[in-house]
Design a protein around this ligand. Structure first.
Ligand SMILES: O=P(O)(O)OC[C@H]1O[C@](O)(CO)[C@@H](O)[C@@H]1O
Length: 634
């Protein structure tokens, strides 16, 4: 039913002018913005070095044809004025009591309801935000993303996670290749493989059926699949399909995580799925090696052991084969899929299909695709990801709230905040815009969250009385597991949802000194019991958490992040910030090796690190290598 409501428009639709083929320069120019897809390469500003980006399906003109920083535009300034002169003088207590206003701050799509009446906005604010979106060429930028332009300019890559959930048979050509066709070839391979494992045609090396899966990966190669697994674990259809199968994740290089991932699993019935886009990530390499050794120790050192018990999802076939995994057991994806946007690729498809069946995963893809089409075609005013993104920009850049929280009122979404945290903070945690200029306005919120009601008994004190943190409340009309207790006034799910409905109002309205006084509290206690209120939040209400809705939710938040990046003129799709620490860890690793096994003195570090390392080296390594590893060997 839900599919019927969503427009089934092919990804590579309409007559699109031929793709640009000449190199272009990424820079601002003084003249007016050109329209997509005409390329503009002239009139460099003397102090700005042009960045030459690649040839085919390169960035569209919208990325270089800006004549001023977004923060210098009249649209941005109008919002600053509005925040200062209008909104700062309002209180949500009064705003929320204006029924006409509240009625307008509501949007729905395909069963998903967004009530943003508890945001510190009035209809005029939204008009100004839509004007800013137009000025920032939001429509054109999102269209450029869907069409496969290389909008990840620093890495010269397309950003096409939306193609991962495009319906079979639609077409999108990138560099002369129909990538939707490629996507479906891999999905069909996963369907066949997971069916074979699930129905016992593919058995372990000792002939036992495979029913345990360990997905080894980190960051985007872990958080998305784990959130999805948790979302489905107690869902009716998915849990029936899982039967007594077990899916675990091994991400942390902490050896304790190996113990937890393998604990009480029978290796004869276990398959490891190594998930790594690059296949060079240290944590994943070591964990994969450790699990390989665990399998070999128990099942014997043969090619057959690895063939039957290890598979991979990666873009790097050479490394996968070098590791010892058979090429036919590799499920590829592509460089146009960012790690944190990869859950709809083989990264999520393989573990989830093995555990819950491909059909369940396909429902998830359909939900995500439904939200994609809405994001792509719905007018800004009713477009859920656009609304969430604009509210994010408003709260961060105009009201100066630098954090935000996600509270799913669903235990099954317990890992959703962690996934969104990586998705958003790795995407929008930037200090320069796409032109390399330091941004002169706040971007990139600190994201965190916990399922309700647990969060309420944890950090909600701060949310109510300490710093102001805009919140997203996510609730469901029906529970995955309805329970009614005799003698209780409401069902367990209603009990949960009573909190979902109450908390946003508590944050918005607060409690005045007079209200506390009327409760008969002594005068000295009153200041301690006052709630200032005026704390913004949004409510998302969805039908029931199933695979389809989980897909919608994922895409909604993926696109929220993109919208914010588009408005802020930053590149949400690179992540150079994770590199420096990795490089320094290489140096420490080398030192640890040389000091442990070749008695070399610790040197080349600052005083503090040297002292800490010396103290660390007083402990023993706790295990022995069969032969001493010479660092240079690597
Ligand atoms: O999939 P890979 O290549 O192992 O990378 C893992 C993760 O590491 C990061 O590069 C940095 O955390 C993520 O973007 C990525 O998802």
């Amino acid at each position: 039913m839900r599919e019927e409501k969503c427009r089934n428009v092919p990804v590579g639709f309409v007559s699109f002018p031929s793709t640009p083929t000449q190199p272009i320069h990424l820079q601002r120019i003084h003249n007016k913005r050109a329209q997509l897809p005409v390329l503009v390469t002239t009139q460099r500003r003397s102090n700005r070095k042009p960045i030459v980006v690649s040839t085919v399906q390169s960035v569209p003109s919208i990325y270089q044809a800006t004549d001023e920083r977004i923060s210098n535009t009249s649209e941005w300034k109008a919002l600053e004025e509005h925040a200062k002169n209008v909104i700062s003088k309002t209180h949500l207590r009064d705003l929320v009591n204006d029924d006409k206003r509240s009625e307008k701050l509501w949007a729905e799509f395909d069963g998903c309801i967004l009530d943003y009446s508890r945001q510190r906005v009035i209809p005029e604010t939204m008009k100004l935000l839509f004007a800013l979106a137009k000025k920032a060429k939001l429509e054109e930028k999102k269209e450029a993303m869907f069409r496969g332009y290389k909008i990840n300019v620093t890495e010269d890559r397309s950003v096409l996670h939306t193609a991962l959930r495009a319906p079979k048979g639609t077409q999108l050509y990138i560099d002369g290749v129909d990538i939707v066709d490629e996507v479906w070839q891999v999905l069909e391979k996963i369907r066949t493989f997971s069916d074979r494992v699930r129905n016992g045609q593919h058995v372990g090396v000792t002939g036992r059926p495979i029913k345990n899966f360990i997905a080894i990966g980190i960051g985007g190669s872990y958080l998305g699949p784990e959130f999805l697994h948790e979302a489905l674990r107690t869902e009716k259809v998915a849990s029936a399909a899982a039967g007594d199968r077990v899916l675990r994740f091994l991400s942390n290089v902490d050896p304790v995580d190996v113990k937890r991932a393998t604990d009480k699993l029978n290796p004869e019935e276990t398959m490891a799925i190594v998930v790594s886009k690059t296949f060079t990530t240290r944590e994943t390499s070591i964990n994969a090696k450790t699990i390989k050794d665990w399998l070999i120790y128990h099942l014997g050192d043969s090619a057959e052991t690895i063939k039957k018990h290890m598979v991979a999802c990666s873009t790097n076939l050479d490394k996968v084969v070098k590791f010892g995994i058979a090429p036919e057991n590799m499920f590829p994806f592509w460089d146009w899929v960012g790690g944190r946007y990869s859950v709809c690729s083989a990264v999520g498809a393989l573990p989830i299909s093995l555990q819950y069946s491909f059909d369940v995963f396909e429902r998830f893809l359909k939900g995500a695709h439904s939200m994609d089409t809405h994001f792509r075609y719905a007018p800004l005013e009713g477009n859920l990801p656009v609304l969430l993104g604009l509210l994010g920009v408003w709260n961060m850049s105009f009201l100066n709230y630098n954090a935000r929280a996600i509270h799913p009122y669903s235990e099954a979404l317990l890992r959703f905040p962690a996934h969104i945290q990586q998705l958003d903070m790795e995407s929008n945690g930037k200090h320069v815009n796409i032109f390399g200029e330091v941004v002169d306005y706040p971007v990139g919120e600190i994201d965190f969250g916990e399922p309700g009601t647990n969060g309420q008994h944890s950090f909600f004190q701060l949310l109510h009385m300490g710093q102001v943190v805009p919140c997203d409340f996510i609730g469901f009309i029906e529970s995955q597991n309805p329970v009614c207790e005799e003698g209780e006034p409401v069902s367990n799910h209603d009990e949960l949802m009573a909190n979902f409905f109450a908390q946003p109002d508590a944050l918005a309205f607060g409690k005045t000194a007079d209200e506390v006084r009327q409760e008969g509290k002594p005068e000295w206690l009153i200041p301690h019991m006052v709630f200032t209120g005026n704390r913004p939040s949004s409510c998302l209400l969805m039908p029931v958490l199933d695979a389809y809705v989980t897909g919608q939710l994922l895409a909604l938040y993926e696109h929220r992040t993109a919208v914010q990046g588009f408005i802020w003129e930053i590149n949400s799709f690179d992540q150079f910030g994770v590199e420096l620490g990795k490089v320094l860890a290489n140096k420490v690793r080398k030192q640890l090796n040389e000091s442990r096994y070749f008695n070399k003195k610790i040197s080349g570090f600052n005083h503090s690190t040297t002292k800490l390392l010396n103290r660390y080296m007083e402990g023993s390594v706790g295990c022995a290598f069969e032969h001493v590893f010479h660092y240079e060997d690597e």
